[in-house]
Design a binder for this molecule. Structure first.
Ligand code: MRU
Length: 351
C-alpha cells in the first residue's frame, strides 16, 4: 500500500473534513490541506492540489458531504435540493476526467433513491457512508488492476509512463503504476522511465517521487526524449492511465500521451492503458466527443516561478489529448485485460 494517503475523511459527517495532500507542493513539501467548504474543494480540484481522474472522483464524493454539512437540520426536501446543487457546482471544476461526473452522479442518485432516512441528518450520515464506499471501491479497483497488469510484466522489463497515474492520482495504489507495484511485490524487478510531463511536470514531481518512495528504480526523462530511449531499445512496454475512455476505446489522457502512443507503435512497443471501469464513458461513441480541458497560458510561459517565454506570445494549452484505439495494445481494468480492444469487447467486458 502507499506510504501516504492522497485523500482521507477525518471525523464524522456533521463536522468532519476532507484532508488532501497538496500535490502542487510536491516533491519539495509534503503537506495536507483540509477542505471545509465545497468552494475550497472546487479550488483544490481546479488548481490540481488533488488531481488524477479517480482521485478527483473520490474527492468530489466527499465534497458532497462537505457542501451539505450546514443543512443537517433542514427539511429533507430542502436537503435533497442542496445535494443536487452541490453536485452541479463541483461538476464545473474540471471537464475531462469522467470519474468526477461518475462519482457525483452516484452521490446524487444515492440521495434521490435513499428511503432509509427520516431526516436530513440521517441522510447526510448515509451520504458519508456512500462516499466512503466509493473510496474503498477505488482502492480495491487499483489492487485488481495491479494484479491483472502484473501478468503482462516479466522481471527485467523497463516500462515508460506519462504523467502520474500512481497512488497520488487515486485513493489507492494507482492505475498505470499499480501493475508495477504488484510486480515489485511479487519479486519482479521492473525499471520505469518517467516522462516529466510538461507543462505541470506531474511525471517529474509526482511519479518520480512516488516511485522513489516505494523503492522502484526510476529514470526521469524530458517528454521529447521518449523517442530516443525507445530507439535505443530501452523500453519494453508503455503503460499510462486515462481520464476518459469512449465506447470505441479511444482514450483521453494527459497531453503528450498520444505522441508516446505513436512513438510506441513506430518502435513495435506495446502501448497499454490502465483504468478502472469508472473511467469509461459509454455514452460517447468515440474520442472525438471527449471534452478537452484548456488551461491557462501562464502554465506554459511562467511555470514554477520563472518566465520562460516572451511576454504576450500566443499560447495553446490543451491539458489532454486522445489516443485512438488502434494505437492501444491493451486496456487493463479491474476486471481483466482487453487485448487489441474493440467496441464490442469493451461492451462485453463492462456488462
Ligand atoms: O491534469 P491531471 O494531473 O489531473 O492529469 C492526470 C492524468 O492525465 C492521469 O494520467 C489520469 O488522470 C489517470 S490517473 C489514474
Amino acid at each position: 500500500m502507499p506510504l501516504y494517503q492522497t485523500l482521507r475523511w477525518q471525523g464524522d459527517a456533521a463536522s468532519g473534513t476532507l484532508m488532501l495532500i497538496d500535490q502542487t507542493l510536491l516533491p519539495g513539501t509534503y503537506s495536507e490541506i483540509g477542505c471545509e467548504t465545497s468552494e475550497q474543494l472546487w479550488e483544490a480540484i481546479r488548481s490540481l492540489r488533488v488531481r488524477g481522474a479517480p482521485a478527483i472522483g473520490v474527492a468530489a464524493a466527499y465534497g458532497v458531504v462537505t457542501g451539505t454539512q450546514s443543512l443537517r437540520q433542514s427539511p429533507l426536501t430542502e436537503f435533497r435540493v442542496a445535494v443536487v446543487e452541490v453536485c452541479r457546482y463541483l461538476a464545473t471544476s474540471r471537464p475531462t476526467a469522467v470519474n468526477l461526473f461518475w462519482a457525483l452522479d452516484r452521490m446524487r442518485e444515492f440521495c434521490a433513491s435513499c428511503r432509509q432516512a427520516d431526516s436530513s441528518q440521517q441522510l447526510h450520515d448515509l451520504l458519508l457512508e456512500e462516499a466512503a464506499r466509493i473510496d474503498q471501491e477505488d482502492k480495491q479497483m487499483c489492487l485488481a488492476i495491479g494484479r491483472h497488469g502484473n501478468e503482462l510484466l516479466r522481471s527485467g522489463m523497463s516500462v515508460l509512463t506519462h504523467c502520474n497515474a500512481g497512488g497520488l492520482a487515486t485513493a489507492g495504489d494507482g492505475t498505470a503504476l499499480a501493475p508495477i507495484f504488484a510486480a515489485a511485490n511479487s519479486g519482479k524487478s521492473i525499471h520505469v522511465f518517467a516522462d516529466e510531463t510538461r507543462p505541470l511536470l506531474q511525471g517529474a514531481r509526482l511519479t518520480a517521487w512516488e516511485l522513489q518512495q516505494r523503492g522502484i528504480p526510476v529514470t526521469l526523462i524530458c517528454d521529447n526524449m521518449a523517442g530516443q530511449v525507445m530507439k535505443e531499445g530501452r523500453v519494453d512496454m508503455v503503460i499510462t492511465g486515462a481520464d476518459r475512455i469512449a465506447a470505441n476505446g479511444d482514450a483521453a489522457n494527459k497531453i503528450g500521451t498520444y505522441s508516446v502512443a505513436v512513438l510506441a507503435r513506430h518502435h513495435g512497443i506495446p502501448f497499454c492503458i490502465a483504468a478502472p471501469s469508472s473511467t469509461f464513458d459509454l455514452s460517447l461513441e468515440s474520442g472525438d466527443a471527449i471534452p478537452i480541458e484548456q488551461r491557462n497560458s501562464s502554465e506554459i510561459t511562467d511555470g514554477f516561478g520563472r518566465s520562460t517565454a516572451p511576454s504576450g506570445v500566443n499560447v495553446y494549452n490543451p491539458a489532454f489529448d486522445v489516443t485512438p484505439v488502434e494505437l492501444i495494445s491493451a486496456l487493463i481494468t479491474e476486471r481483466g485485460v482487453i487485448h487489441k480492444p474493440t467496441r464490442e469487447q469493451i461492451r462485453l467486458h463492462l456488462s
